[in-house]
Design a protein around this ligand. Structure first.
Ligand code: HEC
Length: 135
């Protein structure tokens, strides 16, 4: 390809464009704040409480897996949309069966918070430790 002035401008414009559209993805990647190893922001802490109430008996106290899969690992693979969908509709697969949560308003309204806590676990920002609410 001959590097004309036009193609240089086009490439520049394209990378600028790509830079701009990838920004919201970055912003969405860390929906939590962890300080001192175990202190969570209010939303993620609420996510942990919801998790403990509704999910821990199958997915383990801190998401490490039990009869249900390790969700810290799952969230490295599935997207936020897939997470939302699976929680609403449930899932039956090779591991077992999870009920749908769409009739549970606490879970449904708290899906963002659940995701935030589990994403913090998945990213290794918080380990298999009891979270506290940051002051
Ligand atoms: C009664 C046990 C049980 C409960 C309670 C439960 N799950 Fe599950 N969950 C499972 C099982 C079993 C699977 C695996 C289904 C399969 O793929 O075979 C699963 C799968 C999932 C998946 C998909 C993981 C992947 O890698 O695709 C997500 C996400 C998930 N559960 C989130 C939750 C959340 C959030 C809660 C609490 C609101 C919850 N689960 C409560 C049993 C449960």
């Amino acid at each position: 390809m001959k590097l004309t002035k036009k193609s240089i401008i086009l490439t520049g414009a394209l990378s600028l464009f790509l830079g701009v559209i990838s920004l919201p993805t970055y912003a969405g990647e860390q929906p939590y704040t962890v300080t001192n190893g175990n202190e969570l922001d209010a939303s993620s802490f609420n996510g942990f409480k919801l998790y403990r109430n509704w999910c821990a008996r199958c997915h383990g106290t801190y998401g490490q897996g039990m009869v249900g899969p390790n969700l810290a690992d799952s969230l490295k693979v599935i997207s936020k949309d897939q997470f939302f969908h699976t929680v609403a509709e449930g899932k039956t697969g090779t591991i077992g069966s999870m009920p749908a949560w769409k009739a549970n308003t606490q879970v449904m309204e708290g899906r963002d918070h659940l995701y935030a806590y589990l994403k913090a676990r998945s990213d290794g920002a918080i380990g298999e430790v009891k979270p506290k609410k940051a002051k």
